[in-house]
Design a binder for this molecule. Structure first.
Ligand code: EAX
Length: 352
């Protein structure tokens, strides 16, 4: 809780600094945010049960397209009685706030990266283990762990927190962008201010790499990049492309530092009040959406580099072994709540 408060305080200071700079919220949201986008993403008007789901990502991004698949499936399975209304582009708030709101019941659902989960509750603090650098080498390796017993246990840790965690969807491998210079080695990062998610493991990793990490919610990223509050940020290519981050960042280094899952969550009481039949429809639609979303994530990723190269972005491939070595110390950092037992079990599955 204390750590979460520290992060919240940091985020607030950052927000105040930006207001102080005259930033306000002008340009803070991704450029493709339009009122109309929200309307198209609302479920069928005739459904009796409308569940409001928030995400920070763009309407044409993998999260939202996956949620649209879930929405169609839920309407089909429930005979049109249940649906989800999708609110993209941080319309309902940042990820950390949305998870809190879901736990309090002021918002039904959220699809959020794991960024804020380890500081959400004592029960979920060992989720920081999932945020370690170079934990997974491929998405298939990650699916093996996240779809198996370990994933089930981690999701189950939410029981009693007000949030029911349904399943692991995909954000993707996180790459580094900046507008100053080509970054090939950790040494090139020296002194650079990099926006990270509100996550201690990610911040510690960038500190180990020699950068100055600044945690902030996604909705603040555009003004921060434009005003130079930060020099760069990191996110999967699918986000960099669909949120149009590449329009304000010339360089992308393919560091694959973290595999970033995202988690579909619903208010516990809302779920528990469903009839058994409604639970079945909901679970099946969510599983369907998850599988579709992973496919969409993969397919956006497959063309993203080419599409952004055509727009003048300079891509740099790095020697990942070098980056791995510099960030190894994070695994032993006792302040980060890394669960060494869980880590060994993950490694037994990934074979590394
Ligand atoms: O979950 O904040 C982030 O960098 C996340 O990757 C993004 O909001 C999607």
């Amino acid at each position: 809780m204390l750590k979460r408060l520290t992060l919240l305080a940091m985020t607030m200071i950052m927000a105040l600094t930006m207001i102080g700079c005259g930033g306000g919220d002008n340009g803070a949201a991704p450029k493709n945010q339009q009122k109309g986008d929200e309307v198209k993403l609302l479920g069928s008007e005739t459904a009796k049960t409308h569940l409001k789901v928030g995400t920070t990502t763009a309407p044409d991004g993998h999260y939202v397209l996956g949620l649209v698949e879930m929405q169609k499936k839920l309407e089909e399975l429930s005979g049109g009685t249940m649906t989800i209304d999708i609110y993209p582009n941080s319309a309902l708030g940042g990820e950390s706030d949305m998870i809190d709101n879901v736990s309090l019941g002021t918002q039904d659902m959220v699809l959020s990266s794991t960024g804020p989960i380890s500081t959400f509750s004592d029960a979920t603090k060992n989720w920081s283990t999932l945020d370690l650098p170079y934990l997974f080498e491929s998405r298939e390796e990650a699916y093996k762990v996240l779809d198996g017993d370990i994933g089930k246990e981690l999701l189950g840790a939410f029981n009693g927190t007000g949030v029911k965690a349904i399943g692991f969807w995909e954000n993707g491998f996180r790459e580094l962008t900046n507008n100053k210079k080509e970054i090939k080695t950790p040494a090139d990062l020296a002194g650079m201010k990099i926006r990270t998610m509100e996550n201690h493991v990610h911040m510690a990793s960038y500190t180990a790499l020699g950068a100055t990490p600044t945690a902030m919610a996604w909705g603040e990223i555009f003004s921060a990049l434009q005003q130079g509050t930060v020099d760069g940020q990191e996110n999967p290519l699918a986000i960099i492309l669909t949120a149009k981050v590449y329009e304000v960042q010339k360089y992308i280094s393919m560091i694959d530092l973290f595999y970033s899952p995202c988690v579909l969550m619903i208010n516990e009481d809302t779920y528990n009040k469903f009839t058994d039949e409604q639970k079945k429809w909901f679970d099946e639609a969510a599983e369907y959406g998850k599988m579709k979303e992973r496919e969409i994530s993969k397919s956006i990723d497959a063309t993203a580099r080419q599409r952004m190269t055509e727009q003048g972005v300079v891509f740099t491939d790095v020697n990942k072994a070098e980056w791995m070595k510099v960030t190894e110390s994070v695994y032993q950092d006792s302040s980060l709540n890394i669960d060494q037992g869980l880590l060994s079990r993950i490694r037994a599955i990934t074979g590394r």
